[in-house]
Design a protein around this ligand. Structure first.
Ligand code: NAP
Length: 442
């Protein structure tokens, strides 16, 4: 069997599902170097999944099994840019990028850069203890917060803002975030959807959690809950069980008299301008109606509401990488079924291939398609022959699998002492220290 040396860049779900597929090959003796810019693997499972959704994180047991395969070597704390890609092009038969979507979309409205206006994805990275976001500041000293967008990230952010100490203290939320949220003055979160209930991107289990949150009054205006004629017709033409369930759950949103906190879900409104001297004080909202294509159209009607903080949660966005072709409108590396256009031996999978959609499992078939492209190109003799031995590694302080396990054990031990799944180490230098043998030996 001939050798196939592959570099996989990005140790999140799509990278690990791709490794799993590669290792199943019966045509090649596959050797994988799995790189990640962070000292830790698992990408958004560690830094995206909400801390009160621990069950979802059980998927790391599957990933860990893949990482233990002796044909796979993990290299954490390695950022891959142009220089590293050039080196990889000579060191591997194939390079597969599974780097996800690291930026976010902007609203493009006046006042968006005022203090108090933030990206939800930054907030998520902060409360999940991402080392590059640990020093970020989010204004939580005003009672009213707006979250723009109605995807599952918006729901996560709203829930975390309203959760309260007891729900969060038994999770792996970053200590700094727990501390800040404990001091938070936030009492009302308004989730703002530009379209109607039928078009919301959130899923039913996440909606149900909001409905069931104790001590939170969950409010929806009855006129906004009523379907517009186009949505009503679409729903009647193609009845969908999940949508019917959603409408039922939405109708269960009820004012809880005496509740200290409020969650207000608004439909058919768009933020048009953020006002304030040096920080957000007020938001102008425009009312929308849907056209026959179910797109949001401004009615010209306006309302103004006081908000101290606004999170835009309107989707992640991929970023260009080295000299690879990039489709800016979609935020993906230009590819055909995972093959990067105009390149030999360079592939993509996951969000950088298809855009930021789907749940963790969606990455499995996506990664499979890209791996099939690699393997069929290898069989057809279309891949370059490496001229550099990749064991002559890239310079820099790298974390291998054993190093990650030392850090993992350390965090889990801290967790055991405090009745939490783990206590995350959030300083990069400390993460490197705990993953080195020197510290483990002490
Ligand atoms: P998303 O699901 O794509 O939702 C984005 C939301 O932003 C949509 O409601 C969209 O509305 C809205 N939007 C876009 N542009 C807008 C604009 N200019 N003004 C106002 N609203 C705008 O994105 P996401 O919430 O970031 O989630 C990313 C992926 O991760 C999704 O597949 C999600 O399901 C997944 N995820 C899953 C979980 C979970 O399973 N618990 C948790 C977090 C994330 P329109 O429909 O009108 O465009």
């Amino acid at each position: 069997m001939s050798n196939l040396r592959v570099a996989v860049v990005g140790a999140g779900p799509s990278g690990l599902y791709a490794c799993d597929e590669l290792l199943k090959s019966t045509d090649f003796e596959v050797h994988i170097d799995l790189y990640d810019a962070l000292p830790t693997p698992y990408g958004l499972v560690r830094y995206g999944v909400a801390p009160d959704h621990q069950k979802i994180k059980n998927v790391t047991a599957v990933f860990e099994k893949i990482m233990k395969d002796p044909r796979l070597h993990f290299h954490g704390n390695v950022t891959v840019g142009q220089k590293e890609l050039d080196w990889m092009r000579h060191s591997y038969h194939a390079v597969l990028f599974t780097v996800g979507a690291q930026a976010d979309r902007r609203l493009g409205i006046p006042g968006e850069d005022l203090e108090g206006s933030y990206s939800a994805t930054d907030f998520v990275a902060w409360y999940n203890g991402h080392p590059d976001y640990k020093d970020r500041h989010f204004r939580l000293d005003h009672p009213r917060v707006a979250v723009v967008g109605v995807g599952n990230v918006a729901i996560d952010v709203a829930r975390i803002l309203l959760a309260g100490h007891d729900r969060l203290a038994t999770t792996d939320i970053a200590d700094h975030a727990l501390h800040e949220l404990d001091q938070s003055a936030v009492q009302e979160v308004h989730i703002l959807a530009r379209r109607g209930p039928l078009q919301a991107a959130f899923t039913n289990p996440e909606l149900r959690e909001l409905v069931e949150m104790e001590d939170v009054s969950f409010e929806i205006r009855s006129d906004e809950l009523k379907l517009d004629p186009y949505s009503q017709a679409a729903h009647e033409a193609e009845p969908d069980k999940a949508i019917s369930k959603r409408l039922e759950l939405l109708s269960q949103a009820t004012k809880r008299p005496g509740a200290k906190k409020r969650l207000v879900l608004r439909f058919l409104v768009s933020p048009l301008e953020l006002h304030g001297q040096d920080k957000v004080e007020k938001l102008t909202l425009g009312r929308n109606q849907l056209n026959e294509k179910l797109q949001a159209k401004d009615t010209g009607e306006r309302e103004e509401t006081e908000f101290g903080t606004i999170f835009r949660s309107i989707g992640y966005k991929g970023q260009p990488l080295a000299d690879l072709p990039f489709d800016d409108s979609k935020g993906v590396i230009t590819n055909e079924g995972g093959r990067v256009v105009g390149q030999t031996g360079v592939y993509v999978a996951g969000w950088i291939k298809r855009g930021p959609s789907g749940v963790i499992g969606t990455n499995k078939p996506c990664a499979k398609e890209s791996v099939q492209a690699i393997l069929s190109d290898a069989l057809a003799g279309k891949l370059p022959t490496p001229t550099i031995n990749p064991e002559e590694h890239l310079p820099g302080e790298r974390v291998d699998f054993a190093g990650w396990k030392r850090l993992d054990d350390h965090e889990m031990n801290l967790g055991k002492e405090s009745g939490r799944p783990r206590v995350k180490v959030v300083e990069r230098a400390a993460m490197l220290k705990h993953s080195s043998e020197e510290v483990a030996a002490r």
